[in-house]
Design a protein around this ligand. Structure first.
Ligand code: SAH
Length: 213
């Protein structure tokens, strides 16, 4: 589990690529520069860790493309100490980027294999989300609500209404919405009952699955 000069050099190049795709928030770029993405991937993919691409992880899931992680994180516009709910922990890469930005992170994963693997990895690396939960994030996390931000890292067929009710006033939900392709969507809670919807580009995620029991 090493992070070498070579890795750091490759990360600097990756950050240049992401910045050229119009990610402007310096803090977000610095977080991407800081987090050793190669350690979140199986060693067989390590050589590809600093390409701006998604790659397979366990349980037929993927580690998101770095640009996508930067894009979603930028949309959150988070401040240090903000309470953030992440749905779809996966490899934990997005979690680590949020932690680097000093968010208080609550994160949920529904695949047991990934949950176990990533739990061990967080411990080994010293990454400390406030809570890492095995379960269905479709319902959010009512017992910890409200949140300044909710970030969904899987493609949702529609916006789960219950997530909106777990936002603080001024809070933001970042969610890719759609079946095959997804439109990156940001919902801002302007008041108790008013929500503003903004749409950004098209992305492709693994599906957000709802546990029906
Ligand atoms: N941020 C992760 C993305 C992983 S892919 C990373 O960069 O590694 C999306 C993840 O969402 C998968 O691990 C999948 O198992 C998980 N997922 C899908 N539906 C979910 C749900 N309802 N609740 C929690 N996690 C879910």
């Amino acid at each position: 589990m090493k992070d070498t000069f070579k890795h750091k050099g490759m990360r600097n190049k990756l950050v240049e690529i992401i910045a050229s795709k119009d990610i402007k928030d310096k803090k977000v770029l610095d977080a991407i520069r800081a987090v050793p993405r190669h350690l979140f991937m199986d060693s067989s993919f390590e050589d590809h860790a600093y390409q701006d691409k998604a790659f397979p992880i366990a349980a037929e899931q993927t580690i998101s493309q770095p640009y996508t992680v930067a894009f979603q994180t930028e949309l959150l516009e988070l401040n240090p100490g903000d309470k953030i709910l992440e749905i779809g922990t996966g490899s934990g890469y997005q979690t680590a980027v949020l932690l680097k930005l000093k968010a208080r992170v609550f994160t949920i994963e529904r695949q047991l294999e990934l949950f176990k693997k990533t739990s061990l990895f967080f411990k080994k690396m010293g990454y400390r989300p406030k809570k890492f939960i095995f379960g269905d994030g479709y319902k959010g996390l009512p017992e910890e609500a409200p949140f300044e931000g909710i970030i969904v890292t899987a493609g949702a067929p529609e916006i789960p209404k219950v997530l909106l009710s777990q936002l603080k006033i001024g809070g933001k939900l970042i969610i890719p919405v759609g079946l095959d392709d997804q439109i990156m969507t940001r919902i801002i809670r302007n008041s108790e009952k008013e929500f503003e919807r903004q749409e950004f580009g098209s992305f492709r995620f693994v599906p957000l699955l709802e546990d029906k029991n």
